[in-house]
Design a protein around this ligand. Structure first.
Ligand code: SF4
Length: 423
C-alpha cells in the first residue's frame, strides 16, 4: 500500500509523464554550470559493520592507492569538461575516508588546483580511526566540519550492530576531535535499535550533549534487505521497535534536545549555537566523485559504477565512470526541491513562490490538508515543519531509502554496469 501511495504522490507532484527510470550511460553530456557542491566517496573500511548498506570494500593499501589515482583522474575529467568552476562545499563520505588520510591531502590539493573552492570542507569518520595525528592532519588539509559515526555509547548495542570499539574509545576520540578546534563537530547516533528503550536512547543522547558537540544527527537503524543485518535480524527474529515506540522515541529526543539548547535543523539533525551546519544531503546541485557516487545536475541525475575495481579501471582508462542516469524533468526538479526543503524543516515563503510558482495551484490543497493535520505551521515569512511533521517525514525518508535507494544500490553492487532500473 505504501508503495502505491508513494507512487501516486510522486506522479501527482512531478506529472504523469515523469518516468523514474535509470538507464545505462557510459557517457554523459554535462549541462553547463558555473558552480556546484561536491561529494567524494572513499569506499574503504577496516571494520565491515553488518548493518551497513553503503558502498564499501575492506581496506587494502595497494587498492586504495590506485583508487586515489583514479579520483585524481576523475577530478581532471570534470575540469576538462566544466572549466575552473566554483565549488560551494565539499563533503567526503564513505566508507571511512580517514583510512586514506595521507591520500586526502593530494585529493584536496588537486581540487584546489582545478576548481575555485569557496565553501566548507566536511568529512565523516569513525571513532576507531581518530588519533591526535589524524585530527591534526584533517585540520591542516582544510577540513572545518567533522562527523564521528558513534552510533551508540552503550556496549550492548555496539556489539549488536558489530562496531569494533569499546565505549572508552568513543570518549577519547570525541575529546581529541573537539580539542582540534573544528568549526563543527557532529556525532551520528542510531535509534530504534532492536530492543532499545526510550531511556537507553536518551542516555546515549545525554552523553553526546555532555561532551559538548555542536551537532547530533539521530537516524534509525535501516535494515536494508541486502545488508547482513537485514538477514541477521530476520533469522534471529529480532523485533524492531514498532511505530508507536518510534513515535515516542522521536518526540522524546526532540524534547530532550530542545531542553538542552539544541534546535532541529533537519528531520534527523539537531544543532547547538550557530556553527556551520553539517549535512550530507539536501544539496540543490552536486557532483559526486568516486565509486557509486551520485551526481545531480540540471536535467540529469546519475551514478558512477559501484565496484571500486570497475571505477578505477574506467578512470585510468580515460573514461568517465558513469553507469546509470535518469533524465529529470522540470516538474521532477521542483518536486525534489520541495521535498528537500521540507527535510530542512523550513522554507522561506519568498523561495517557495519563486521555485514552485508553476505548481502553486497544484500544491495548495495538499499543503492546506497537511497544515490542518499539524504537519507544518507558518509565520509571515516562513513555513516550518512541526515536530509531528518531522516524524512523518522521517518515516517517509526511511521508506524512500529502504525501497528506492535499496533497489538501485543492490543492483549496482551486484553488477558494475547494470541494465535499466525502474524505481
Ligand atoms: S558503517 Fe561506516 S565503518 Fe561500518 S562498514 Fe559502513 S561505512 Fe564502514
Amino acid at each position: 500500500m505504501c508503495a502505491n501511495l508513494t507512487s501516486i504522490v510522486r506522479k501527482y507532484f512531478s506529472g504523469p509523464g515523469s518516468d523514474y527510470r535509470f538507464v545505462p550511460a557510459r557517457s554523459i553530456t554535462l549541462p553547463p554550470i558555473d558552480k556546484t557542491d561536491l561529494y567524494i566517496h572513499i569506499p574503504f573500511c577496516k571494520n565491515m559493520c553488518p548493518y551497513c548498506p553503503y558502498n564499501k570494500v575492506e581496506y587494502d593499501k595497494a587498492l586504495a592507492s590506485r583508487y586515489k589515482d583514479a579520483l585524481l583522474r576523475e577530478i581532471e575529467f570534470y575540469r576538462e569538461r566544466l572549466g575552473r568552476i566554483e565549488i560551494t562545499s565539499v563533503y567526503v563520505g564513505g566508507g571511512t575516508p580517514t583510512n586514506l588520510i595521507d591520500e586526502l591531502f593530494e585529493i584536496v590539493s588537486s581540487l584546489r588546483k582545478n576548481f575555485e573552492i569557496t565553501g566548507e570542507l566536511a568529512i565523516e569518520t569513525t571513532p576507531s580511526d581518530i588519533s591526535e595525528e589524524v585530527v591534526k592532519k584533517l585540520s591542516r588539509w582544510g577540513f572545518g566540519l567533522v562527523s564521528l559515526g558513534v552510533q551508540s555509547f552503550n556496549e550492548k548495542y555496539l556489539e549488536l550492530i558489530g562496531r569494533n570499539y569499546a565505549s572508552e574509545t568513543l570518549d577519547s576520540a570525541i575529546r581529541k576531535t573537539l580539542k582540534a578546534g573544528f568549526k563543527t563537530v557532529n556525532i551520528d547516533l542510531m535509534f530504534a535499535l532492536p530492543g532499545q528503550t526510550v531511556e537507553e536512547m536518551l542516555a546515549d543522547i545525554k552523553k553526546a550533549v555532555d561532551h559538548g558537540v555542536d551537532q547530533i544527527t539521530l537516524y534509525p537503524l535501516f535494515t536494508f534487505p541486502y545488508s547482513r543485518t537485514g538477514h541477521y535480524l530476520h533469522l534471529k527474529k529480532v523485533r524492531m521497535p514498532n511505530l508507536q515506540l518510534r513515535r515516542v522515541m522521536y518526540k522524546s529526543m526532540h524534547d530532550y534536545l530542545e531542553a538542552s539548547g539544541f534546535e532541529r535543523v533537519s528531520v534527523w539533525g539537531f544543532r547547538r549555537g550557530d556553527p556551520p551546519r553539517y549535512s550530507s544531503v539536501t544539496r540543490n546541485k552536486y557532483i559526486g566523485l568516486g565509486a557509486g557516487a551520485a551526481s545531480y545536475l540540471p536535467g540529469v541525475f546519475y551514478f558512477n559504477t559501484f565496484p571500486p575495481e570497475a571505477y578505477i579501471e574506467s578512470c585510468l582508462d580515460g573514461k568517465l565512470p558513469v553507469s546509470l542516469k535518469m533524465d529529470v524533468s522540470e516538474s521532477m526538479e521542483r518536486f525534489y526541491w520541495l521535498y528537500w526543503r521540507f527535510y530542512d524543516t523550513y522554507i522561506p515563503k519568498s523561495q517557495l513562490n519563486i521555485k514552485i510558482s508553476k505548481d502553486l495551484r497544484k500544491i495548495r490543497t495538499p499543503l492546506e490538508i497537511a497544515r490542518i493535520l499539524g504537519i507544518w505551521t507558518q509565520d509571515k515569512h516562513t513555513i516550518s515543519l512541526t515536530e509531528r511533521g518531522s516524524f512523518w517525514l522521517h518515516l517517509a525518508q526511511n521508506y524512500f531509502i529502504l525501497n528506492y535507494i535499496d533497489k538501485v544500490w543492490s543492483e549496482s553492487i551486484k553488477q558494475p554496469w547494470p541494465k535499466e532500473i525502474k524505481i
